[in-house]
Design a protein around this ligand. Structure first.
Ligand code: DQA
Length: 153
């Protein structure tokens, strides 16, 4: 298992989880999700560094930082998923695997959410499972970082 942490990076409006459109995004707050991720990661012998910002440039700076400091990035870019070539370029640049995640399933929502600029350069995408998308991404990260582990562990 790597000594570097997983970065879990969250983009715009995700600070409002729990109160923001709960029918779409659920009632868990971002702090609840952070606690669930930390517990799941601990079970895999991994540490997480969990962050949120409303600013595109900050996300780019954190992705660059991940180049040296993270084993892998779990990334919910929020609405920047559908608009940001700069985030896509940052993901492509860093050489660290990135798992794109969403609480909702953007493919089942408005047409403007059907495009992800990040997905083509991500290792994979997990979407549509509410807060569980994050926990599933932690499991996927553990699998990627320890591919020799038998399925089911
Ligand atoms: C989201 C989906 C995006 O389309 C939306 O803009 C968000 C949240 C999700 O987690 O479901 O802010 O990334």
């Amino acid at each position: 298992m790597p000594s570097k942490p997983l970065y879990v990076l969250n983009g715009p409006n995700l600070n409002l989880l729990g109160v923001r459109e709960p029918d779409v995004y659920g009632r868990d707050s971002l702090a609840d999700i952070e606690a669930a991720c930390a517990a799941r990661a601990r079970g895999h012998g991994l540490a997480i560094d969990f962050r949120q910002t409303n600013h595109e440039g900050q996300l780019i700076d954190w992705l660059h930082e991940a180049r040296e400091k993270a084993a892998l990035v779990v990334f919910n870019p929020g609405a920047y998923t559908h608009t940001s070539i700069a985030l896509r370029d940052a993901v492509a640049a860093i050489g660290v695997p990135v798992i794109e995640i969403h609480l909702s399933n953007p493919a089942a929502r408005e047409e403007f959410r059907h495009v992800s600029h990040v997905a083509p350069v991500a290792k994979g995408v997990i979407a549509g499972f509410g807060a569980h998308s994050y926990v599933l991404a932690i499991d996927a990260a553990a699998l990627l970082l320890n591919p020799a582990a038998p399925a089911g562990q």
